[in-house]
Design a protein around this ligand. Sequence first.
Ligand code: TA6
Length: 302
Amino acid sequence: MTPPDIVTLNKEFGLERRLRFSEGESGMIKVGLIFAAAKLELFLQGAHITRYQPAAGIEVLWMSDSALYQPGKALRGGIPLCWPWFGAHAENTAQPQHGYARTSLFRVSSTIADHQSTSITLTLDAAQAPWPDWKNRAALEFEIRLSDVLWMEMRSHNLSASTLTLSNALHSYFAISQRQQATIPAVTRLTYLDKLQNYLPQQQTCEITFDSEVDRIYQTPPASIDLLDQGRDIDTSIESWGNNNLVIWNPGEQKARQMNDFDDRGFEQMICIEPANALAQSITLLPGEYHRLGQQIKATRH
Ligand code: TA6
């Protein structure tokens, strides 16, 4: 899909003082949303949210200063959309990790500004699928509503005449003061698959800590999750729906150094908390069926 023209986008979808398209890094098109004191920034590539400020001075998301802004390359940080598969492709390792949505250009479907929120809906058409096994089979719609909270929903639609299995995630990078200061009480007592031990099932017997690399797929998480950060005067709560799993990731020092788009000390200031459907908990859709995966993020000063 050729990138649309910014002037045309602003004419068709721009909303005065609430939503504006502009040229971002490397000429990639970005969108700014405003609602009262809240601000949000996303890129049309990947429908990728890169910044969220519920009020002045609060940045909820972590973005790598070394992120590579290149068309077709995934952006490091913010909220990448993993779709239509999470992690490595089950059969064909030549296909990219976390699917193709995060490196594809989304089409703007609608924008609305009213007294409740500023919102945008973006679509990845099935015809755009770069991989033959996905061509014309599934479309993805992503709706974002900015108000005093940040609400978003991925809607997967099986357009084919056969059953479709997909996996997905909202791969959110949350900014924290310092990894040793952060914890997520809601995962205590849950079972998880530990990627560092070849997905061996484990039990979270005590509060999770981030002294070293963490890469876990928690099973049947509660809908409500709090990220507590002793070193910051902000509480972050995440309500999610449509997810069988919750992925928690921090690369630790060594892995962070191995990634050229990840700041060497970045692992100290971020935690990924990802409502997801992965591996054995993937989603199966009958022809014509939809699946909704969503979250609402609320960050408040305490
Ligand atoms: O969601 C956690 C995870 O699957 C980790 O295993 C790690 O690979 C991370 O995603 C980042 O993946 P990426 O492809 O963006 O480098």
